[in-house]
Design a protein around this ligand. Structure first.
Ligand SMILES: [Zn+2]
Length: 478
């Protein structure tokens, strides 16, 4: 602890003198300004760990306030990459060294509250949290002339008391993180790069503790380069949250219940579609399975967009669950988004009940992520199925099983872009369905432009699989 008593007394004096009043935007906040117990009629501020947006932006945030030298180094690193970050500063440290806080501000970064002294809020009463926030906000406003709008508790944690106290004190949100980056240990450079790459997400919030992090320069460097590689930029928390939206709860999305666990397999209707047999048109569907990082998926989306190609995506929902904004981005570009189970089991190896649970769970996660009913196509992992599993799939409400006839084995890491494209060219015929993958570190990103150019030069047009199959209600997106 750093001279807590004197500073708290000092802060209390500041507040009583009326110089440090925090803004108050919460409804009826004044009525609840000094309770000892949490008011039950107030909804707390939101707890943000990842903002709902498909914009190509995320936030880099710092907690605590290290010594002057460390903070200077951080600011220089950020300037080097032109990053505007958000600093969650402890009120106590701002009182001790306001010059550091003002330097952060002067360099164009956002300052928010890290509570008064980074206490563990789970150990505080509601009344203590309320007072703590008020004091921290007061001193930050007093010393920097800017009123915090957000708070982050130590380690990015949150609870009901904190959220309600934040609302009462007029704060817009409690901010957590999608990645709390701690010190590196013995990772190789490649391991570090690949780890960071997973968290360069649209709407992501990366947090670093300035007081803990011994490898902070290297971390900023990796994060900046990771974002640059995929073309995403860093914005402050305030901008990220204001650019974002509210996700509708699952139950408010029409079609969320279109898939269900249903043990009545006997009469289940299903259709297996491999390709469009006898198709007189030179048309082909490109399909992408599984899941990858933003680095890979955004590059695929950009290539499809550049060539004005619409495709079909069969997503692993355990990936979508961690990065829903990326799934939504696929839909926004007019592609089919469909079901490829939750955890990717070979369906002939699991019970019918477990298979149905996989499909229904995936349906709900994908629906919530993309905020609309997915394309009602199911693709079994590896393409394996049998009579039993087809009935179980059909009984869930997914009546169309979407297979493929063109298999360039792009998931094999040693397959080059030229080899992948060559196989696609050899195997494609009218009405074909090409199986590609969203996996990281395979050559599909490089193969895709070649595939599109070659098939197009042979006269093929590209259609989504739902169109190729003539699913009801399928129209080409405008
Ligand atoms: Zn798969």
């Amino acid at each position: 602890m750093r001279l807590p008593k004197t500073v708290i007394v000092l802060l209390a004096v500041i507040l009583l003198a009326g110089c440090g009043n925090a803004p108050s935007s919460a409804m009826n906040a004044n009525q609840h300004a000094n309770p000892t117990t949490r008011p039950q009629d107030l909804e707390g501020s939101k707890f943000e760990t990842m903002v709902y947006t498909t914009k190509r932006e995320l936030s880099l945030t710092f907690d605590g306030m290290a010594d002057k030298g460390t903070m200077e180094r951080i600011l220089n690193e950020l300037d080097k990459y032109g990053i505007k970050a958000t600093f969650f500063l402890p009120g106590m440290r701002v009182a001790e060294e306001p010059d550091i806080a003002n330097e952060i501000r002067a360099r164009g970064h956002e300052i928010e509250s890290n509570t008064l002294n980074r206490e563990d809020v789970s150990q505080l009463t509601y009344a203590q949290i309320l007072k703590d926030l008020k004091l921290s906000m007061g001193v930050i406003q007093q010393k920097t002339g800017t009123a915090p709008q957000y708070v982050r508790a130590v380690n990015g944690s949150s609870n009901e008391d904190l959220r309600v106290a934040a609302a009462v004190d007029g704060l817009d949100a409690v901010v957590g993180s999608s990645l709390y980056l701690h010190n590196w240990k013995s990772e190789t450079d490649l391991q570090k790069r690949n780890y960071i790459r997973k968290y360069i997400n649209r709407g992501g919030i990366i947090a670093i503790d300035t007081e803990e992090n011994a490898t902070i320069d290297a971390s900023i460097d990796l994060i900046a380069k990771g974002a640059r590689d995929v073309g995403y930029s860093f914005v402050t928390i305030d901008k990220l949250i204001h650019d974002g939206g509210e996700r509708k709860p699952l139950e408010q999305i029409p079609g969320y219940d279109a898939a269900r666990v249903n043990s009545d397999y006997g009469e289940a209707a299903y259709r297996v579609f491999v390709n469009k047999e006898g198709d007189t048109k030179k048309e082909v569907s490109l399909t992408f399975d599984d899941w990858g990082t933003d680095y890979t998926v955004t590059k695929i989306l950009d290539t499809l967009d550049a060539y004005k190609v619409k495709a079909s995506f069969f997503l692993r929902a355990d990936g979508v669950e961690k990065n829903p904004n990326l799934a939504r981005a696929i839909v926004e570009q007019g592609h089919d988004v469909a079901n490829h189970t939750y955890s990717h089991p070979v369906i002939t190896t699991v019970t019918s009940e477990a298979l149905q649970e996989e499909i229904v769970k995936a349906h709900r996660i994908i629906t919530e992520a993309i905020q609309e009913k997915p394309t009602m196509l199911f693709r079994p992992p590896t393409g394996d199925f049998d009579a039993r599993t087809l009935k179980a799939v059909g009984a869930t409400g997914y009546h169309d099983v979407a297979i493929f006839d063109v298999t360039p084995d792009d998931y094999v890491k040693s397959r080059s872009a030229a080899q992948i494209a060559q196989t696609v060219k050899e195997q494609t015929a009218n009405g074909s369905v090409v199986l590609l993958h969203l996996l990281d570190d395979i050559q599909t990103i490089q193969a895709l432009p070649i595939i599109i150019k070659e098939l197009r030069s042979e006269g093929y047009t590209f259609v989504r699989m739902s169109e190729l199959m003539g699913l009801p209600g399928t129209t080409a997106p405008s």
